[in-house]
Design a binder for this molecule. Structure first.
Ligand code: RP5
Ligand code: MG
Ligand code: MG
Length: 280
């Protein structure tokens, strides 16, 4: 089984909280680790936020774990997660060196959706660019630079309560890669129409855990990744890319094995490369 790494042995994002050390062979919960006593950290920034859960201490009985809880989806894509003796959900991928939920809004699974928009890299004469060594065509994807960490990433985001994943995929792409939150009603209509049509033909690439640096022992990211590929390159050519919301930058990124991306995004991109038999 995969061992998470980006949520271990580092300083918790946007804080000065050091995670307690968890060696590779102590990640899985059923390995004996009696001295494990991580710090409890839930960011103050979550207090009073309508999109965030209340603290468990006060309201432990109100959560419906492993269920659809009102319109908040507390069902994991991965497993029926366990609940500890204080009613805290337990990260199914093991220890992270921090208790609480850090920056994450939900206890337990936090659901996201990641739209990967791809096209072929092309030469001046419009022929597809082939890598000289692998002899395979080069794929490009729309990446954004995250405001929180500065890392490049897929323009993904959280599924709002009750929101359809297909809607999240379109919404996050439009917000982060097309800056639709700052567009006029007329401009928005045009963008929505193009995106709606193009996003009809997506392929599910991955559904499960994300090795996100915000994960804790009691809260973690899960995502559904979809690939939207423009084989002709003619549709996305009309996309007016502009960073918005939590993105500070956006661009078409050439895909190869040297990519450095946020959380597990490189693994997701690699799965797409396999589907298209493109250069890596
Ligand atoms: C990652 O965080 C997911 O894969 C998704 O890209 C992202 C969602 O969080 P925000 O972008 O809303 O912070 O784990
Ligand atoms: Mg967003
Ligand atoms: Mg985002």
């Amino acid at each position: 089984k995969f061992i998470h790494a980006k949520c271990r042995n580092n300083i918790y994002p946007l804080s000065n909280i050091q995670r307690s050390e968890v060696p590779d062979d102590k990640v899985i919960w059923n390995t004996n680790f009696p001295e494990y006593n991580p710090i409890n950290y839930t960011s103050k920034a979550l207090e009073g936020k309508p999109w965030a859960d209340p603290s468990i201490e006060n309201e432990s009985s109100m959560f419906k774990w492993n269920k659809l809880d009102g319109n908040v989806n507390r069902v994991s894509f991965i497993t029926n997660y366990c609940i500890d003796e204080h009613n805290y959900p337990i990260n199914p991928y093991g220890r992270t060196g921090i208790k609480g939920r850090g920056l994450l809004g939900r206890w337990g699974p936090n659901h996201a959706a990641d739209p990967v928009v791809t096209r072929w890299k092309r030469n001046q004469d419009n022929s597809i660019t082939v890598n000289e060594i692998t002899n395979k065509p080069i794929l490009q994807f729309v990446g954004i630079q995250r405001r929180d960490s500065g890392e490049w990433a897929i323009p993904g985001g959280m599924v709002d309560p009750g929101e359809k994943v297909t809607v999240t995929l379109r919404r996050e792409f439009m917000e982060e890669a097309m800056n639709t939150l700052e567009k006029s009603v007329e401009e928005l209509k045009i963008v929505e129409k193009t995106i709606e049509t193009f996003f009809r033909n997506g392929e599910e690439i991955y559904k499960g855990y994300v090795d996100d640096p915000r994960n804790t022992d009691n809260a973690w990211m899960e995502t559904i990744v979809f690939n939207f590929h423009d084989a002709s390159g003619k549709i996305v050519g009309n996309f007016n890319l502009q960073a918005g919301d939590d993105a500070t930058n956006v661009k078409w990124i050439d895909i190869d094995c040297n990519l450095i991306l946020y959380s597990s995004h490189k693994d997701f991109i690699q799965k797409i490369v396999q589907k298209h038999s493109s250069h890596w």
